[in-house]
Write a protein that binds this ligand. Structure first.
Ligand code: PBG
Length: 336
């Protein structure tokens, strides 16, 4: 037999494109946005060059220019925070208004909303913690808290309220990210009970206690004031746990499951795809984005690195990728 010559199919760009197995497309990219109150606001987020806090009017303007995107994921920065997270489920809250405005102006667009408490609590944790005495973030340096406990029951109640308020505003999918057990079940029941059986759930199922969330927490001012998230987010030494979380969320009614972050967790994405054959979203998080931005120094290098990373996430098995490079991808994919 003639020796194998694998390079034969790499000879020209046309040939390489012809045999390529993984191709990025804007069709299954999800663009995250941070919405704030006010008008005509486009405030750069320092830790994430190229990403902004946008008021609703500016978000609409941005989407007008970015019609090619099919899906967006919304976060909001409330005007004030408290430890009941009551700003999170207000009918006329910032994210609720943003969802309504986007669906009114771009009815076909898939609007996904983040359902969590960390952006709305003073302590920055993703759940309700009772009997906390401090009222202001400034006291954090003197503040030592021990033996605190997230009240899971109360947290689920608030998550259900948030999800309902988003569904009422028109969200296509709600995305619970608090990593509280049974959150998907409680949200699914709450939605169905109120007739929102068509509102889907994109569950942040395998969400790791990662060190790559730093820039995002700066953007939302949501870093925990004391302790960390290791009591509820996954331990990065484990993979079986991720599969169990995914299985749980699917049983509870998740339509799409998520692995987060993406780059250090390609093995998890791959295992989930092999095992469950369900739609998977991977979140290429803020630290992955900012790391490449800072390292690459020039747009051409950034483009090449980003395309390689995003392609690897898809190759691992992700059906959807949430990425802060969404807008750049629009230009990049024209040229590929
Ligand atoms: C929390 C949440 C986090 C992100 C999205 N939703 C991080 C956290 O646990 O603080 C991170 C996204 C990113 O880093 O881009 N509900």
């Amino acid at each position: 037999m003639a020796p194998l010559q694998l390079a034969r199919l790499r000879k020209s760009k046309v040939l390489r494109d012809w045999v390529s197995q993984t191709n990025l497309s804007l069709k299954n990219i999800i663009a995250p946005y941070f919405v704030v109150s006010g008008k005509n606001i486009e405030r750069p987020i320092k830790a994430m060059p190229g990403i902004f806090h946008l008021s609703v009017d500016r978000l609409l303007k941005e989407l007008e220019e970015f019609k090619q995107i099919n899906a967006i994921l919304l976060f909001s920065l409330p005007e004030s925070k408290n430890n009941t997270a009551s700003q999170s489920y207000k009918k006329d809250g910032i994210i609720q208004k943003a969802i309504q405005a986007v669906k009114k102006n771009f009815p076909w667009m898939i609007v996904i909303s983040d359902v969590c408490l960390c952006g709305y609590t003073l302590h920055g944790h993703c759940g309700i913690i009772e009997n906390l005495k401090f009222k202001d973030k400034k006291v954090k340096s003197q503040f030592k808290i021990q033996n605190y406990k997230i009240n899971e029951e109360k947290t689920r109640e608030v998550l259900a309220k948030i999800a309902l308020s988003h569904a009422e505003s028109g969200a296509d999918l709600v995305a619970p990210s608090a990593m509280v057990d049974c959150q998907v079940k409680v949200i699914r029941q709450a939605l169905d009970k109120r007739g929102f059986n068509h509102t889907g759930i994109l569950a942040y199922s395998a969400k790791y206690a990662s060190n790559f969330y730093g820039p995002f927490r700066e953007a939302l001012n949501s870093a925990p004031v004391f302790d960390d998230r290791k009591t509820y987010q996954l331990d990065f030494r484990n993979s079986d746990e991720a599969l169990r979380e995914i299985e749980c969320d699917l049983t509870e009614g998740a339509d799409i499951v998520m692995v987060k972050p993406a780059l250090s967790y390609l093995d998890i994405i791959h295992q989930v795809k092999e095992k469950f054959k369900v739609p998977i979203a991977a979140y290429s998080v803020s630290g992955e984005y900012s790391m490449i931005k800072k390292f690459s120094q020039n747009p051409e290098t950034e483009k090449k690195l980003a395309l390689e990373i995003l392609t690897s996430i898809k190759r691992a098995g992700a059906d959807f990728i949430i990425t802060y490079w969404a807008k750049e991808l629009k230009e990049w994919l024209k040229e590929v």
